[in-house]
Design a protein around this ligand. Structure first.
Ligand code: CMP
Length: 224
């Protein structure tokens, strides 16, 4: 049952039953309540995690008031590998934002898995490279865009696995500000600009993308 559920999802998709069986045999299952912190940035890393169900936020604080969300992770996504692969301490904090169940693998078992299972290792590298590419894009965006362009980038990124038409995201202004890496007031101003140009509709935490082309051109223009 767990195998069936897991083989369909991103990080584990493509691994054969034997590989997923090996992962399940060494993993502990752990539940976290919505809002619970899984670990804090700068702690020593001792475990690797795969999301079995629920939703995780990976984030850091930028000063006392600003947070930056690096990623939202859901079923089948993995995290916690960086500190186990040389970083030693956690590069960011992780928090359950829904009731969540994780597969938890110890540092030793994670290392054994890497050494003994090339398919797993290839998948892991694949995911790390995807994240590095995304982070590079975000650095470009931060260097070249003002808040409006960065907000457009974040909305496009958040819409990636959303197949509704028009794309509809449930996200409040604080969460959007954390994705952009700023505070609520400038994001609120940028939202109003996107609303006035009919690029998005935004009401009570529900954001609809009404003109994806325009949103992409705002994200890509670099001087808005
Ligand atoms: P680790 O440094 O052990 O703990 C924090 C984890 O967050 C890190 O491993 C990665 O698994 C994950 N992480 C860090 N930065 C990002 C990012 N930019 N995108 C997605 N996940 C990340």
């Amino acid at each position: 049952m767990v195998y069936k559920a897991l083989k369909k999802v991103s990080f584990l998709k493509g691994l054969v039953q034997k590989d997923i069986g090996q992962i399940l045999s060494i993993a502990k299952h752990k539940k976290f309540k919505a809002g619970e912190i899984i670990f804090h940035k700068s702690e020593i890393g001792n475990h690797f995690f795969i999301v079995k169900s629920g939703k995780i936020k990976i984030f850091t604080f930028l000063g006392p008031e600003k947070k930056k969300t690096f990623a939202f992770l859901s079923r089948g996504d993995m995290f916690g590998e960086m500190s186990l692969l040389g970083g030693k301490t956690r590069s960011a904090s992780a928090q359950a934002i829904e009731n969540t169940e994780l597969l938890v693998i110890s540092k030793k078992n994670f290392r054994d898995l890497i050494m003994s299972n090339p398919d797993f290792t290839f998948k892991l590298l694949n995911t790390v490279v995807e994240r590095l590419n995304k982070a590079n894009k975000e650095i470009e965006s931060m260097l070249f865009h003002n808040i409006l362009g960065r907000l457009a980038d974040s909305i496009i990124e958040l819409s990636k696995n959303n197949h509704s038409t028009p794309v509809c995201l449930k996200i409040d202004q604080n969460e959007l500000a954390e994705c952009v890496g700023t505070t609520r007031v400038p994001v609120c101003r940028a939202i109003n600009i996107l609303k006035r140009s009919k690029t998005i509709e935004y009401k009570r935490g529900e954001l609809k993308i009404m003109d994806m082309q325009r949103l992409k051109s705002i994200a890509g223009s670099g001087n808005n």
